[in-house]
Ligand binder design. Sequence first.
Ligand SMILES: Cc1cc2nc3c(=O)[nH]c(=O)nc-3n(C[C@H](O)[C@H](O)[C@H](O)COP(=O)(O)O)c2cc1C
Length: 273
Amino acid sequence: MTAYIDFARLGGIIPKTITLQPRIGNPPPRTIETAAGLLNSIGLDNDGLEKFTEKHVDYLLGLNTAIIANIAGKNVAEFTMMASRLNAFPDLAGLELNISCPNVSGGVDFGTNPEMTAAVVRAVRSACDLPVVAKLTPNVTNPVEIAQAAAEAGADAVSLINTLQGMAIDWRKRKPILGNVLGGLSGPAIKPVALRIVYQVAKAVNIPIIGVGGIANIDDVMEFLVAGASAVQIGTANFYNPGLAKQLVDQIDAIVVEQGYEHYSKIVGSIHR
Ligand SMILES: Cc1cc2nc3c(=O)[nH]c(=O)nc-3n(C[C@H](O)[C@H](O)[C@H](O)COP(=O)(O)O)c2cc1C
């Protein structure tokens, strides 16, 4: 993306989730575009923590923007181990905990349970000095209680939301399309769900919220801010417009002036006032 974006203009970058061991990810096909959203099941394909600390982190930290590492462990001990290793990189802007990946079986889905969420956050909090962001799943009945558990356990912020679990079927073959059968839905289709969760969580917790889910233009960004997000992330839209983040940063300055504010933070959570 260096060809499209001056990274210094961004708040930061959150690279792909790292796991303790390298993972080859799920069998292909790993993505399928549906009528209203992207369905993916990458399965946390990554080089593992060792390679990240030896190789990738230096490159990333040289990009002239904040880097928030994103980690996923199979259990609390793995999360703790990874957090304490990454604590050796104080130039990281934070650690985002992926406790919400719908595409990996066997323990990664801590974020469906408040006690498990609290246990991971508490352990990571005490293992490292970096700001800790819990990334939560929409695939629960009550995301507010999960966010509250994360906040009480010491999370500095929450990211809302990861993908919604879904599937695509090739009916003529009588088969699922994704190699992993189930996947995570993202893109504009999920924005109303993400906005709803940001809105609900903003009413109930005091830590900052990073809004994510379906953002594709400046109005989407503003909706998340008004609902209570202090920052936003862009995922899927990067695939078809890798310059989008920069365009939005340029546009937000103009909107803040147009609205008569000195700083965008005045707009954050304004629906609740
Ligand atoms: C292809 C793809 C890969 C993703 N990989 C990760 C990941 O490794 N870790 C993670 O926390 N979220 C991952 N996500 C979820 C996104 O970060 C984001 O939470 C979600 O897609 C909703 O935002 P969007 O609609 O802007 O994409 C992935 C999403 C997509 C589409």
